[in-house]
Design a protein around this ligand. Structure first.
Ligand SMILES: Nc1ncnc2c1ncn2[C@@H]1O[C@H](COP(=O)(O)OP(=O)(O)OP(=O)(O)O)[C@@H](O)[C@H]1O
Length: 220
């Protein structure tokens, strides 16, 4: 579902070249979940951005569901991102002027993949049935992140990329949002790559890797 081959990324900084990723290899199969850990500044978000095609590597390739990102033009990459990728961030990035139902449908609508029955089912699973007309500011943090997760899954993506998805939530809420996320991932059989600082959050995922000096190490 996701393959990273020999991925390298260097940033130029006033202090000189910063080699953030150095020939990183990783494969993630359908239905598999992987936690990406590492110290602050180790390159976790950089790797996630490369996997999402939001940034380009200096060397190496990213393959999503059989498509090599570097072989696509910008329009094709954007279409692939919309149809095959779900993104969830620490900040929920909901659209404040859209209600719950419209936020949930937003990405699916842009991808041309609206499925009303699936959206209705998702709203129930997210605990947001009956709240369709509510606006994000009227929701709790946990509810907002559940909605952001639902928006990402409404397209039935092949791959879900999540950057500290529970980082803004208290421990109890984080646990319930995480278990909902993992159960929906299993149900939809999408692959999950999740950045987290927390061993606790990483524990229920199938595999865990740590980025250290630009390379991935098995964290278990
Ligand atoms: N566009 C950029 N230009 C220059 N340096 C960058 C750029 N983006 C990231 N960096 C640097 O690359 C390194 C890795 O950053 P990244 O955000 O990937 O780390 P991270 O592991 O996600 O950190 P955190 O856990 O704090 O979010 C950091 O030292 C950062 O300052």
């Amino acid at each position: 579902m996701l393959a990273l081959h020999q991925l390298s990324k260097t940033f130029s900084t006033p202090q000189g070249e910063l080699h953030v990723l150095h020939h990183v290899n990783l494969t993630l199969k359908q239905g598999e979940s992987l936690a990406l850990m590492g110290e602050s500044g180790s390159g976790k978000s950089t790797l996630l951005h490369l996997a999402a095609g939001l940034d380009t590597p200096d060397q190496g390739s990213v393959v999503i569901n059989g498509h090599t990102l570097s072989a696509l033009n910008e329009t094709e990459r954007a279409t692939l991102r919309r149809q095959q990728l779900g993104l969830v961030f620490q900040q929920f990035h909901l659209v404040p002027s859209l209600n719950v139902a419209d936020n949930l449908r937003l990405q699916a609508r842009l991808a041309g993949r609206e499925d009303p029955a699936w959206s209705t089912y998702l709203l129930e699973r997210l605990g947001l049935a009956g709240r369709e007309a509510t606006y994000p500011e009227q929701l709790s943090g946990g509810q907002q992140q559940r909605l952001a997760i639902g928006r990402a899954l409404a397209v039935r993506p092949a791959l879900l990329l999540a950057d500290e998805p529970t980082g803004n939530l208290d421990e109890h809420t984080a646990d319930s949002v995480l278990s909902l996320l993992l159960s929906l991932v299993k149900e939809t059989q999408c692959a999950l790559l999740m950045v987290t600082h927390s061993e606790r959050v990483a524990a229920p995922l199938d595999r865990a890797f740590r980025l250290h000096h630009g390379q991935l190490q098995d964290a278990r």
